[in-house]
Ligand binder design. Structure first.
Ligand code: FES
Length: 328
């Protein structure tokens, strides 16, 4: 099988001022992975190509990179599956991390965010006389996050991190859940307070779901971030724009059947927060121009409910009943 590769190259130490692409056509067996193909290029076509790998068995997480614009483990991804009608497979380094050379990125920012969440158990109180046994259900819940191999795929494609470098990002936040949710940890409330109040914390995720889609180990980082939010609210940590935003959003949809964009912002940041509201005016004007905020909503104080509002409210009631049933 012939594979065509278009590989992003960049070597600042060699004086490259900007990235460029190299093109390779090679013969590989049908079962070859993208990593196999890149290694064949490096070993037989171009020894200067830099890439990172170790286990070749989707265990170590070293070989994550972008293939056709999405993050994958190269050793877990068949080249055949990535070929679109014989077109080139585009291979690039992970996003949201500085490139050291070609496909090798600097993971230092990634690890500093993991450090930030205190990734170790912090028991409090006297040392237990006997081994602390964790229930099977609790351990099964935590096991999902423990599957993480630190490949960085979720961080590479995180759309929030792309615009806000302070965001702690999916991998570290999923790891934070691993400790908050551990019954042996004594600092869960403090961790939740910190994760709620710090810049780039749990309320900054926009739920785009991309980290769930690209995670090769089904850790589902966004779901873990949502669990952290629920735990924070249950713990009474509610004095946050994110919590108020969620409440205002739900209130608006329940009452009108749609979003009241004009009330959403003041109800989220607080009517008293005049500087913040004024600061958002340019954004509101852009929304108006782009048609994302109807002029009628901006100019008229009253709102009409959608005709099928009862159906929407029945949905809300049914979710509320279900949640009460679950928590009983
Ligand atoms: S080389 Fe270890 S996960 Fe791919």
């Amino acid at each position: 099988m012939q594979v065509h590769l278009k590989v992003k190259r960049y070597d600042p130490e060699a004086g490259d001022e900007a990235p460029r692409y190299s093109h390779y056509s090679i013969d590989v067996p049908e079962y070859a992975t993208v990593l196999d193909s890149l290694l064949q290029v490096r070993d037989y076509e171009d020894g200067t190509l830099a890439l990172r790998y170790s286990c070749r068995s989707s265990i170590c997480g070293s070989c994550a990179l972008r293939i056709n614009g999405r993050a994958y483990l190269a050793c877990k991804t068949k080249a055949l599956d990535m070929m679109r009608d014989g077109e080139e497979i585009v291979v690039e380094p992970m996003g949201n991390m500085p490139v050291i050379k070609d496909l090798v990125v600097d993971m230092a920012p990634f690890w500093s965010k993991v450090q930030q969440i205190g990734p170790w158990l912090q028991p409090t109180g006297p040392e237990p006389a006997r081994e602390f046994l964790v229930s099977h259900a609790a351990m099964m819940d935590l096991a999902k996050t423990m599957n993480c191999v630190w490949c960085g795929a979720c961080v590479s494609d995180c759309t929030v991190l792309e615009v806000d470098k302070s965001f702690i990002a999916p991998a570290a936040l999923a790891k934070a859940y691993r400790f908050v949710g551990d019954p042996r940890d004594g600092m869960s409330k403090e961790r939740l307070e910190e994760l709620s109040s710090v810049a780039g914390g749990i309320w900054d995720c926009t739920r785009c779901n991309i980290c769930v889609e690209v995670c090769p180990k089904d850790v589902r980082p966004m779901d873990r971030i949502m669990q952290l939010r629920e735990l924070a609210v249950e713990a009474g940590i509610t004095n946050h724009t994110g919590v108020r935003h969620g409440d205002a959003f739900a209130r608006s949809v329940r009452h009108l059947g749609r979003l009241d964009e004009v009330r959403l912002l003041p109800e989220s940041v607080g009517f008293w927060n005049v500087p913040r509201l004024l600061g958002e005016l340019p954004g509101a004007l852009r929304m108006l121009r782009a048609g994302k905020l109807p002029w009628s909503h901006a100019l008229l104080p009253w709102r009409h409910q959608i005709p099928s509002i009862r159906q929407v409210q029945r949905l809300f009631d049914s979710v509320r009943r279900e949640r009460k049933g679950v928590s009983r």
